[in-house]
Design a protein. Structure first.
Length: 244
């Protein structure tokens, strides 16, 4: 409506009325747990593995894909252990890493962030990861699904979409929902589950309010209960004996 008014297509201001509601729908997004990320990290990219997701591709062409898949796997993991946007973790260079920290000015918000280097990221760097190689976001989205499939990230996830004004729920394999944004969401969610304060994570993700940040965190009721279970409130012993 704002754009239509700017383009001179309407003079109506009904969208500013208190009863004007913008329809919205909670997105069906997933995150990968630390266990799932470690499974991806441990996955070996070999011709034999690639045959499972490219059964009709000749072996000599699969050999050419190995480096591309390794690059995508490592980039995704770097994103998943830093919670950076794809626009940022795709353009990292050696100069961004110094004395155990990753330092970068984010492209979207132009703010400087400093993130401790996770052991998985350090291992990737120590194994000779080359920042000179570049890959498109489109290719990452395409190949990371196949990588997750090879890593057996195939649990079933319910997806709900509104069709003809009615919610329609279907079930899909989890690996099919993994994208570059899953890396960032996984990083933020796993940091939160590990007990890192929200304000500290928000310094990385760029969220300006805790309300918007909490919408971003993906955690099931069972996972939340597991965190609460270890909280002192639920573990403390009763200080006084109640006498009836």
């Amino acid at each position: 409506m704002n754009q239509a008014r700017a383009d001179g297509l309407t003079t109506a201001e009904g969208h500013k009325h208190k009863d004007f509601i913008v329809p919205s729908e909670t997105a069906d997004t997933v995150y990968l747990s630390l266990e799932e990320l470690y499974k991806i990290h441990a996955l070996k990219i070999t011709v034999e593995n690639l045959k499972k997701v490219h059964p009709k591709t000749p072996e000599h062409l699969l050999r050419r894909k190995i480096n591309s898949y390794k690059l995508v796997k490592d980039l995704f993991l770097i994103g998943a252990f830093t919670a950076l946007r794809v626009s940022d973790f795709k353009r990292l260079e050696d100069v961004n890493f110094d004395n155990g920290y990753l330092k970068i000015k984010t492209q979207k918000t132009r703010t400087s962030v400093v993130i401790p280097v996770h052991p998985v990221v350090k291992e990737i760097l120590d194994n000779g990861f080359s920042f000179s190689s570049r890959v498109s976001e489109q290719k990452i989205n395409k190949q990371i699904k196949k990588i997750c499939k090879l890593a057996s990230i195939n649990g079933k996830v319910e997806v709900t979409r509104t069709m003809a004004n009615k919610p329609v729920t279907t079930t899909v394999k989890k690996y099919k929902l993994v994208t570059t944004h899953t890396a960032r969401r996984s990083g933020a969610t796993n940091m939160y589950k590990a007990g890192i304060p929200s304000i500290s994570i928000m310094k990385i993700t760029g969220h300006t309010t805790e309300k918007s940040f909490m919408k971003y965190i993906k955690m099931t009721a069972e996972e939340n209960a597991e965190l609460l279970k270890s909280h002192p409130f639920f573990t403390q012993k009763t200080p006084l004996r109640i006498v009836s």
